[in-house]
Design a protein around this ligand. Sequence first.
Ligand code: ATP
Ligand code: MG
Length: 589
Amino acid sequence: MWGLFQSFTIFAHSIIGEIFFMRLSKSFVPTLKEVPADAVIPSHILMVRAGLVRMLSAGIYSFLPVGYKMIKKISDIIREEMDAIGGQEFHLPALNPKEIWEETGRVEAFGDTMFHIKNREYVLAPTHEEIMTFHAKGVVKSYKDLPQIWYQIQTKFRNEPRPRSGVIRGRQFLMKDAYSFDVSYEALDKSYELHDQAYRKIFDRCGLKYFVVGASSGAMGGSKSEEFMVKSDAGEDTVAYCEKCGYAANIEVAESVIQPIVRHSESKQIEKISTPNIKSIDELCEFLKIDHRETAKSRIYIHDDKPVLVLMSGNDEVNETKLERVLGGNVRPGHPEELKEITGADAGSIGPIGFKGRIIADNRLKDGNNLYSGANENDFHIGGIDLKRDVPTVEYFDLRTVESGEGCVNCKSPIDVFKAIELGHIFKLGTKYTDALGVNYLDENGKEHPIVMGSYGIGVERVLACYLEQNHDERGIIWNENLTPFHIHLIGLNMKNDEINSASSNLYNELTKEGYDVLFDDRLDASAGFKFNDADLMGIPIQVVVGEKNYKNGNVEIKIRRTGKKEVVALSNLKSKLRELLNHLTHKH
Ligand code: ATP
Ligand code: MG
C-alpha cells in the first residue's frame, strides 16, 4: 500500500514539475534587482525583491506563487502543532453580522479599526472570539463536553491607521486564532500551558529566535497574557530583555535595579536661586555646576480633574502606564496653560515646595535631600530641598522608564532595551465573552456556570517576515530547510548549449523523481551572473550548477547558500551528496 502511494506521489510530482511551475522560464517569480521605493525594512525589501508578494494598496498584499507556498508551509507547521494539542480546525466567515459584535461591546472597542460594510449591518471580522463563542452556545452543554480547543487559519481585517513595514502590519492578514473552552480557571491554566508549549514548538520549527514577554491584554479583556516577540528595529513595541536570565517585559511595565540617590548626612537650608531662562535639567546642571542626581524634575498630570505633581530624579522619564496603574481613573499630562494656572509657572520652573495638591515621586528619589527643583515661579529654582523635611506628604512608587544597561530585577546583569515585533499572543480571557453571549455549561450537580475561555493568536505573515528579518545577508534570503519553498535550486548555466540543456533537464527530472522540490532555472536568455544573483536572492539552501567546464569532466558545482561554500561533485555522487546535505540541514534546525 505504502509503495503504491509513494509511486503515485512521485508520479504526480513529476507531472506537475514537468509541466509548469518549477521551471523558472515558465513560472511567475518576478524578482527585482532594485530596492522597491516604499520598502525600508529588510523583510519587506526581500519579500518584494524575491517575488514573494506585491502590494495592491496600503497594507494590502497579494501573495504570488512562491510567497503563497511559504504561507502554506508555515500554516502546515502551525496546523501540525495545533492538532497535536487536540485542536480542531474550523473555517469561520470573515463577513459577520454586526449585532453579535454589539452584544460584546466590541464595535465600540475596536472603533475605527473595524471595517464596516456600507449598509452597516455587517462588519469584517478583526478576530473571532464572538463567532467561536456563538458556536459553543447551546451545543457545548455539559462539563462532559469540555475542554475544547477550536482554531482556524483565516483572514482578518483591521483598518490599521498606519500600515507599514510590509506585511507586518497589514489591513488584511492571516491569523491562526485558537480558542479554548474550559470548566474552570484551573482547567484554563492547562489549556493555556498547552498553547504555550505548542507556540514554542511552532516558532522553533520555523527557526525563529524569540522571547516571551508578560503583557497587558488591551482591548481583549481578561487576565494573564503573554506575547511571543522577535527583536527587530521594525517593531512597534519596546521591550526590556535580559540575555542572561531571560527576564523580558514590555517597557510599559519593565522594572530594573538602579542606584537610588544618596541621602547626605546633613540637610542644607532651603534657598531660592535666580536661574534666568533656565528650563531643562541639563541647563540647570550646567548653570549651577551640579550633577543630575542632585535635581528633581517636576511634571504635572491631571488625575480625575485634580492636579498631581510627579517628581523624577534628573532626566528620568515618567512611565505613563505605570503612573496610570498607580493612580487609577483618568490620567493625562497637564496642558501648558493649565500648568501656569495651577503652579504659577511654566513647565521648566515647577517644583514641590508650595505646591498644593498630591505629590508623588519615583522610588529613586526616596528620602532625598539637598535637591534642586523648580520654585513655581519662572526664572527661579529652589535648592536645599529635603523631601522628608519639606515635602512630608510625598508618596513613593516605581514610576520611571527603564533604560539599557540598568540591572535586571532577577539577576542584576545589564538589561537591553530594544524594539520588537509581536509574533503571537496567548490570553486567559476568562468569561468575558461567555458572559456577554450567555454561554454556559452544567456541572456534575446540574448547576450552570459560564464557560472559561482562552484565546491564542499567531500572525502567519509576521512569522514569515520575522524569519526574513533574522535570516538574510546582503545578497538575499537564507531559508532553512523547514521553511524553504524548494530544497534545491538547479541552475542550467548556458541553456543554449544543447548538452547543458539536456543534462540539466535530465537532472531536474531525476531529482524531482527522488522526491525533492526543485526550482529549475532553465531560462534561455538569462546570463550566468543574473542566475547566480537570483539564486542568492531567493535563498534556497542548496544550489546545483550545471556549467560547461565542470560538466565536461562529469561534474557539477554545489553551493550552500547559508555559508557560501562551494564544492565540485561528480554527477555519480550527486544524489548521495544531496541526501547528506539535506539531512544535515534538517538536523540543524
Ligand atoms: P499589534 O499590537 O501588533 O497591533 P495585536 O495585539 O493587535 O498586535 P492580536 O489582536 O493579539 O494582535 O492578534 C494576534 C496576532 O495577529 C498578533 O500577535 C500578530 O502576530 C498578528 N497581527 C495583529 N495585527 C496584525 C496586522 N495588522 N498585520 C499582520 N499581523 C497582525
Ligand atoms: Mg493591533
